[in-house]
Design a protein around this ligand. Structure first.
Ligand SMILES: [Zn+2]
Length: 318
């Protein structure tokens, strides 16, 4: 073998093994028509519900909302409500809601999600990394934010991400019961674990009209290096990578934010996000909706940015 052939062989071997590692996913998005893509999404959602939530999509019990306290938000005529909702027959989710005290007609709403160590209270108050809660209120939306940071599994045949995601989905059920919320105008956004939960919520629930997943877009391979293992559950990597789960959001508007200062191990580097984004773009292309998916690479670190999401959100929830 001459030198050129040897180099070609090495390159092909490397390139092929890279692709092979990714094609092991049984549910990889490969649809070529909108019809096939919609069918693939339905199968993928069913599979995700089964893997994450004890074998099948749960039957939601009545919400039985209980308001624990009401208080004034710091700005703009909004009030805060601390509440709990019946998530499952034996489970309640704790959440905070920010809504105008005197709403003028129907309005849109955002399910806003926190990261590790955060809380719904911090979101609606804009504390710590979570300035985007009050920002959504300022833009004229009702904001709901459940606590999703628990690391104790209640149902041993579920996964942590399943319990967190289901609790978040129940908050959308609750938004639909609020007199001031237009159920046709609901979005989801979150940072880090909140960006991960945003991915599952937007993938599984077509009521979501726009999504912003910040500080999360990555691969399963990257999550195995220096991250809290709570993202993982049996069957995930056998069937999916995260790009496939985001492909369930297509063709709905989606912003994926990654900071240039992110590093591995333990972070969410741009160099890993870009190829994953290319896979997501391919799904949007099938729907003829490529501009609806945006990768917002910002100069910061592991933070929420919002710049590309605000106009997209306003357009999607108009
Ligand atoms: Zn964790």
């Amino acid at each position: 073998m001459n030198r050129n052939l040897t180099l070609t062989f090495i390159w092909l071997t490397t390139a092929t093994s890279g692709i092979a590692a990714e094609t092991n996913r049984t549910q990889r998005f490969t649809a070529a028509t909108p019809h096939d893509a919609i069918q693939w999404q339905a199968r993928a959602r069913e599979k995700l519900f089964a893997l994450m939530m004890g074998g099948a999509k749960p039957t939601p019990p009545p919400l039985d909302a209980k308001v624990l306290q009401r208080s004034d938000a710091t700005n703009g005529g909004y009030g805060l409500e601390e509440l709990t909702l019946q998530s499952l027959p034996d489970r309640r989710v704790h959440a905070w809601l920010a809504a105008p005290k005197n709403p003028k007609g129907k309005m849109g709403a955002v399910l806003a999600l926190h990261g590790h160590g955060g809380s719904g209270s911090q979101i609606v108050r804009g504390e710590s990394l979570y300035w985007y809660g009050p920002k959504f209120a300022e833009l004229g939306y009702v904001v709901i934010s459940p606590d999703i940071g628990q690391h104790t599994l209640q149902h041993t045949n579920w996964s942590l991400m399943g319990e967190r995601t289901w609790d978040a989905l129940r908050c959308i059920d609750y938004l639909e019961t609020r007199p001031e919320v237009d159920p046709q105008r609901i979005a989801v956004a979150g940072l880090s674990l909140g960006g991960e939960t945003t991915m599952y919520v937007a993938a599984l629930d077509t009521r979501i009209k726009a999504a912003c997943s910040s500080g999360w877009l990555t691969t399963i391979a990257n999550m195995k290096k220096g991250h809290c293992p709570c993202w993982n559950f049996p069957g995930l990597e056998e069937h999916f990578d995260f790009a496939d789960i985001f492909a369930c959001v297509a063709p709905r508007p989606l912003v994926l934010e990654i900071g240039e200062k992110e590093r591995a191990p333990g972070g969410f580097p741009v160099s890993i996000a870009r190829p994953a984004f290319a896979e997501i773009q391919a799904a949007y292309r099938v729907f003829g909706a490529e501009p609806n998916a945006m990768l917002d690479v910002h100069p910061g670190g592991h933070v929420f940015h919002g710049e590309q999401f605000w106009p997209l959100l306003q357009a999607a929830l108009r």
